[in-house]
Ligand binder design. Sequence first.
Ligand code: PRP
Ligand code: ZN
Length: 285
Amino acid sequence: METLKLAIQKSGRLSEKSLELISECDIRLTQGKRKLISASNDFPLQILYLRDDDIPQYVADGVADIGIVGENEVMEKAKNVSMVRKLGFARCRMSLAIPQDEVYESVQWFNGKRIATSYPHILKDYLQDKNIRAQIEQISGSVEIAPSVGLADSIFDIVSSGSTLVGNRLKEVELVCKSEAVIISSQSLSKEKEKILDDLLFRIDTVLRSKGNKYILLNAPNDKIKEITNILPGMKSPTVMPLFQEGWSSMHFVVSEKDFWNVVDQLKEYGAEGILVIPIEKMIF
Ligand code: PRP
Ligand code: ZN
């Protein structure tokens, strides 16, 4: 029996959420994340804990079969790997930033400037595309301090909350691209490993789907059931059960997170009572 080797970030922005996803898939790991490798007794999976920057390379080389990593690293490293799922966490922007007190009018500002970054390839493509001639200073970490120590005039880096920029008196002036956590896969998996990956992706899809949805229970006056059903986006039909109290029914249905507040406001208008909102653990179609 083969085991699928999954590389995740050892520590950093992606590591907690990556482990959380594995756990939500009901895959229990034998060892904590302090180790370099852990395995599972209930699913043919082995976890390798690596630096996120190295994950595309390890997957391309087949040292790991798949990996969870930011799109930013996948784009930068441009290795032969397939992106098989977007995971919706660790969302961030990749942006150009300059000192706060600089006057900025357009991307032309960067002509002749020095830009510090850990993502020279993404930056080079962008500058070429915009016809900007700038000098790229490649550094591997703490990019945001480069302008204050005189190493560069500006930076190109990941922005998530923006607090790193504020803390270093920088302002975001150009959004180059967006990134989120993705699963990448080696392009030469054995049949058996393909099958394990399919099983894993099935579980992941089930978890991701449930995260975007809520289960709602409520009591509604019978003469409003039609109206309430009409405001439920994309629902075939809610479950409706009579209550002991005459003229009232209990309704059950699933609503997506993005429609949630809109739907709740309308439910109140239609006289719905005792609205319960319940998280969904798994959604299987
Ligand atoms: C990024 C980036 C900034 C910070 C931005 O580092 O290099 O330092 O996050 O986040 P903020 O806008 O919320 O302040 P990352 O966590 O990716 O670490 P790494 O580059 O070492 O992988
Ligand atoms: Zn990193």
